[in-house]
Design a protein around this ligand. Structure first.
Ligand SMILES: [Zn+2]
Length: 364
C-alpha cells in the first residue's frame, strides 16, 4: 500500500474535512508515493517516537497532534520542530496527523472513550460538526439511469446515516440542440431540437469525495456534454463534534467512576466533587476540553471528564454542583490507537502503538 492510499483510507475513517479550521491534518511531511512498510501510532512526533519507528521498521508515524500546527515560515534544525521534521525526512518517515477530525468523527477518539466508559445514548456535546456536504443532481437518459446511479454510489455518494444507496429520481423531458459540425450527440441530430426522456438523479455526498463522484458520474454518462448541479449544503453530519455526552446504565459514585477511569490506564490528575456524589450523565472531551465545561453544565452533566481544566471553569462547575475529573493529555488521547492498529492490521499493514510517550506527568 502506498502512503497516499493509507491517507485515503484514514480520510474515509475520520474525514479530514471534519477538522477544525485552525487545525492541520493529513500528510504533514513525507512522500505520498512511498510504499508503507509499517505504521507507528503515537500522540506526538518526538525524538523518541522517531527512534522507535526506526527500530520497529515503521516508515509512517501517525500522531494525534500535528508536528506542524500553525503556519511556519522557516524550519531550523536547532529548534525542536525543525529537528523533528528534518529527522523524519532524512529517515524517510512520513508524518500523518489525525487531530480534531479524529476527535470529531463517528467512531473516533471521543466515541472510543464513551465505549470504554460504558456510556449509552451518546450524542455530541457541542454542535461543532462542520458543514461538509454537497447535493449532486444529474440529468440522465432513462436507458442509462441505473448505470449512472450505480456509478454515483460506487464513487461514495448516497450515504445518509446508516443507509447507503440513497437517491431521489424524477422523470422529465430534457431538451437540447447540438451545433452542426461541432457535436455528435448520443441522442438526436446536430442542428435539430431534441426532446429526450430523462431522469434527474439527486444524491448527497461528502465534499471530500466530490471529485471522485463527479468523475465516476461523467465516466458512466453517455452524453458528450453532461448537465449536472453540484450544490453546497448547510446540512451537518449527525453524531460528530469535539465532545460527547451520554449516560451510564446505572448511576455510580464519583469515586467509583474515577476508579474506572484509572483502571483504563488513564492518569487522573485531579477530581472536583465529593467522592460519594452520584453520577450518571457523563460529558467528556478528549484533550484540552476546558472550554466545553460550560456546555457540559448547560446539558446537566453530573460529571465532566477532560484534560487541562482551567481554574475559572472549575469554579463554575463547583457552583453548579457538577463534578470534574481532570486527566493528563497523553493517557486520555492514547485510547483510540489500539482500535486503529487493529483496523490497519486488517488491511494487511504492520501497525503498532507507540510505547514511548510522551508520558510527561509523573504519578505523585
Ligand atoms: Zn490532544
Amino acid at each position: 500500500m502506498k502512503v497516499s492510499t493509507l491517507v485515503d483510507l484514514l480520510d474515509r475513517l475520520y474525514p479530514f474535512a471534519l477538522a477544525e479550521e485552525w487545525d492541520n491534518v493529513g500528510l504533514i511531511a513525507g512522500d505520498s508515493r512511498a510504499e508503507v512498510a509499517g505504521v507507528l501510532l503515537a500522540l506526538d512526533v518526538t525524538r523518541d517516537v522517531l527512534a522507535e519507528a526506526g527500530t520497529a521498521g515503521c516508515n509512517v508515524v501517525i500522531t494525534h497532534h500535528p508536528v506542524i500546527f500553525r503556519p511556519i515560515r522557516r524550519l531550523n534544525e536547532s529548534e525542536l520542530q525543525g529537528a523533528l521534521v528534518g529527522q523524519a525526512l532524512r529517515d524517510r518517515i512520513a508524518l500523518i496527523a489525525l487531530h480534531t477530525n479524529l476527535d470529531s468523527a463517528v467512531g473516533g477518539l471521543n466515541d472510543t472513550l464513551c465505549d470504554l466508559l460504558g456510556l449509552q445514548g451518546v450524542k455530541p456535546l457541542v454542535d461543532s460538526g462542520r458543514e461538509r456536504f454537497y447535493k449532486l443532481a444529474v440529468f440522465v437518459p432513462e436507458t442509462h439511469a441505473d448505470k449512472v446511479r450505480q456509478a454515483l454510489f460506487d464513487g461514495g455518494a448516497g450515504h445518509v446515516g446508516n443507509y447507503d444507496s440513497c437517491s431521489f429520481n424524477t422523470q422529465g423531458v430534457g431538451t437540447f440542440r447540438g451545433m452542426v459540425g461541432k457535436t455528435s450527440p448520443f441522442l438526436g441530430t446536430p442542428g435539430e431540437l431534441e426532446r429526450a426522456q430523462e431522469i434527474k438523479i439527486e444524491v448527497i455526498l461528502r465534499r471530500e469525495v466530490a471529485g471522485r463522484v463527479v468523475g465516476a458520474m461523467l465516466g458512466a454518462h453517455p452524453y458528450e456534454e453532461v448537465a449536472y448541479d453540484l450544490i453546497p449544503l448547510h446540512n451537518k453530519e449527525s453524531g460528530t463534534g469535539l465532545a460527547r455526552i451520554g449516560k451510564l446504565a446505572q448511576a455510580e459514585t464519583l469515586a467509583a467512576f474515577t476508579k474506572r477511569v484509572q483502571d483504563l490506564g488513564i492518569f487522573v490528575k485531579a477530581v472536583l466533587g465529593a467522592p460519594e456524589k452520584r453520577v450518571q450523565k457523563v460529558a467528556l472531551c478528549s484533550g484540552a476540553g476546558s472550554d466545553f465545561c460550560t456546555s457540559a453544565l448547560s446539558h446537566g452533566a453530573d460529571v465532566y471528564l477532560t484534560a487541562e481544566l482551567k481554574h475559572h471553569h472549575a469554579l463554575a462547575a463547583h457552583d453548579k454542583g457538577m463534578a470534574l475529573v481532570e486527566t493528563d493529555h497523553y493517557t486520555l488521547e492514547q485510547k483510540h490507537w489500539p482500535r486503529l492498529a487493529e483496523i490497519l492490521s486488517g488491511q494487511g499493514l504492520k501497525a503498532k502503538v507507540s510505547e514511548r510517550g510522551p508520558e510527561l506527568w509523573r504519578r505523585p
